[in-house]
Design a binder for this molecule. Structure first.
Ligand SMILES: C[S@@+](CC[C@H](N)C(=O)[O-])C[C@H]1O[C@@H](n2cnc3c(N)ncnc32)[C@H](O)[C@@H]1O
Length: 220
């Protein structure tokens, strides 16, 4: 029974999934705010959330950035996310899509920032998901992937399924192998948990070649 319920947090479906989504929305509010703060989004940013679940992260991001998009393969989660962000969606500032990290329905370089919270461990292929993240981020674009750290816990306690140091080290290696630079892990304490933020950046545009100017003082 526990296994069945736990599965709903990673792959929510139907009524049980909707219930799991409601729990996530309450449980993960602080964490979502922390990650969006760490991302440092501004009005001009185009932000993507991968694995948006019930849409709390989208709501937080839409308070700071001009345009926010969210994907999740679960239609139940996309339904909750849309309901939570209806006004912003109607205003054209938030959009959502049923899609997985491994096949993002967006054009190349569409986003300046991206994030994902407690989702990467559920992806079918982390390598393919990171390749997609790289593709849809513009050169110089940044992302944060957050995972709660593991600590002793039993049954439905989500911390018992948190990330270990080895898993996070492996994730950092995969991020670097995908071509991202400035790869870092930063641990942030919250009142009831500690969260690891793994971040990286798509390398920026190549430096512009030295341009030639003519004018007073310019060598001839
Ligand atoms: C534990 S929930 C976290 C939801 C939300 N980010 C939060 O902080 O409340 C994990 C989410 O990852 C989604 N997910 C599972 N497989 C995925 C994939 N391949 N790509 C993107 N998201 C996925 C699930 O549908 C679920 O909504």
């Amino acid at each position: 029974m526990n296994g069945l319920l736990q599965r709903q947090f990673g792959h929510p479906t139907g009524r049980l999934g909707t219930l799991a989504g409601a729990v996530m929305a309450i449980e993960n509010r602080r964490l979502n705010r922390l990650v969006v703060d760490a991302l440092g989004a501004h009005e001009g940013d185009r932000v993507l959330e991968v694995g948006c679940g019930p849409g709390v992260g989208l709501e937080e991001a839409a308070r700071r950035a001009g345009r926010v998009a969210g994907v999740d393969p679960s239609p139940a989660m996309i339904g909750l996310a849309l309901r939570r962000n209806r006004a912003a969606a109607e205003a054209g500032r938030v959009s959502v899509a049923v899609a997985a990290a491994e096949a993002l329905p967006y054009a190349d370089a569409r986003f300046s920032l991206a994030f994902g919270i407690n989702t990467v461990q559920h992806w079918t292929s982390v390598r393919d998901g990171l390749a997609e993240l790289y593709r849809v981020l513009e050169p110089g674009g940044r992302f944060v992937l957050a995972r709660r750290l593991q600590r002793a816990g039993r049954g439905l306690d989500p911390h018992s399924r948190g990330a270990t140091d080895d898993e996070l080290a492996h994730l950092c290696e995969q991020v670097a192998a995908a071509g991202f630079t400035q790869v870092e892990r930063h641990d942030s304490p919250l009142p009831r948990e500690t969260v690891a933020l793994v971040s990286g950046a798509r390398p920026g545009p190549a430096a512009t070649p030295c341009s030639r100017t003519r004018g007073p003082g310019a060598p001839r």
